[in-house]
Design a binder for this molecule. Structure first.
Ligand SMILES: NC(=O)c1ccc[n+]([C@@H]2O[C@H](COP(=O)([O-])OP(=O)(O)OC[C@H]3O[C@@H](n4cnc5c(N)ncnc54)[C@H](O)[C@@H]3O)[C@@H](O)[C@H]2O)c1
Length: 300
């Protein structure tokens, strides 16, 4: 099975450098027409430059591919709308949206300025939402869409100094969980990658010894699959880095059941805590309704 993107149009946000660049190059090399979006700021989101996006477009064209550059800030509704308009003006439709743009403003929560919290939420979470909102009517009309969002181990599992980033990255998972249900009957698949790569963002964080293994291209392979017509997944989180690929899931322990007529005291909860938190046989629920129905089962 050859995975190609002929006649497909993709928007990749934050594609001037790092992971986004790698996604744009791979999709374009396999026939996609790509909008390379990047506002070209520094890692904390300040500044603006057209050079990174333009360079990626030049690279794609030099290899015989089709791409246009876009320099809009995806953290505003208007900016996101302009990226999508640029895609429609150039190529007439949007089949694929890869939300990769991101910034960092790390600080322990005690020292965190709320402006830095809000800025990180606005780029990662709201940027993803605004971009998706702008492409969604087009995907609905075409009954086709592939959306790949970006979370992080920092959100899935927690990282010191990243309450803002962690909240934004888990918010993206919650956004996907609902959207996968709404998009399903329209052939709009939405998945989320949790990448690790030696980009500008990753370089200062990972041990020197592993940096050369953390090639963005290794993440791009799974992002391209999730962006493809052949993709069979929706609502999944895939962790990828250094050649490792794994599914991440939120699971719930089997729990304990008291009768609703029992008098359940805090002491009883403390006694049964080992059973409540025992993760053997933990289960995943495909939707909130499934989880709630499982809870109600012994009440009906
Ligand atoms: N590199 C890693 O190890 C790693 C780990 C976990 C998650 N991530 C996530 O992967 C994504 C890509 O990260 P990266 O490592 O390639 O980072 P990067 O800093 O190399 O690239 C991010 C790009 O996004 C652009 N950008 C930032 N804000 C923007 C905005 N408002 N509008 C348009 N463009 C904007 C930047 O200009 C930059 O070119 C991010 O969402 C990041 O949080 C990366």
């Amino acid at each position: 099975m050859d995975i190609r993107f002929d006649n497909k149009t993709a928007i990749v946000t934050g594609a001037g450098i790092g992971l986004g660049r790698s996604y744009a190059l791979l999709l374009a090399s396999r026939g996609a027409r790509v909008v390379v979006n990047d506002m070209g700021g520094s890692m904390d989101g300040s500044g603006h430059s057209e050079t990174p996006a333009q360079k990626v477009v030049d690279e794609i064209r030099a290899q015989g591919g089709e791409a246009v550059a876009d320099y809009n800030d995806i953290s505003s509704i208007q900016g996101a709308g302009s990226v999508v308009k640029a895609c429609c003006d150039a190529y007439g439709k949007v089949d694929i949206l890869i939300n990769s743009a991101g910034i960092l403003r790390d600080k322990s929560f005690a020292k965190m300025e709320m402006a830095d919290f809000e800025k990180v939420i606005s780029v990662h979470l709201l940027g993803t939402v605004y971009m998706t909102k702008a492409v969604y009517p087009i995907m609905l009309e075409n009954k086709y869409g592939r959306i790949v969002n970006t979370t992080s181990a920092a959100g899935l599992y927690g990282n010191f100094g990243q309450t803002n980033y962690g909240a934004a990255k888990m918010g993206i998972v919650g956004f996907m969980n609902a959207l996968k249900q709404e998009g399903a009957k329209h052939n709009i698949l939405v998945n989320t990658v949790a990448p690790i790569a030696a980009t500008r963002m990753g370089e200062g964080v990972y041990p020197e010894a592993v940096l050369s293994a953390l090639k963005p291209e290794l993440v791009a392979a799974v992002v391209a699959y999730l962006s493809s017509e052949q993709c069979t997944l929706s609502g999944e989180i895939i962790s990828a880095g250094g050649g490792y690929y794994a599914k991440v899931q939120i699971v719930e322990s089997r729990g304990v059941r008291f009768k609703p007529t029992d008098s359940v005291t805090p002491e009883l909860i403390a006694d049964r805590l080992p059973d409540i938190t025992k993760m053997e046989g933990a289960v995943h629920f495909g939707s909130a309704i499934e989880e709630v129905m499982a809870m109600f089962k012994h009440l009906l």
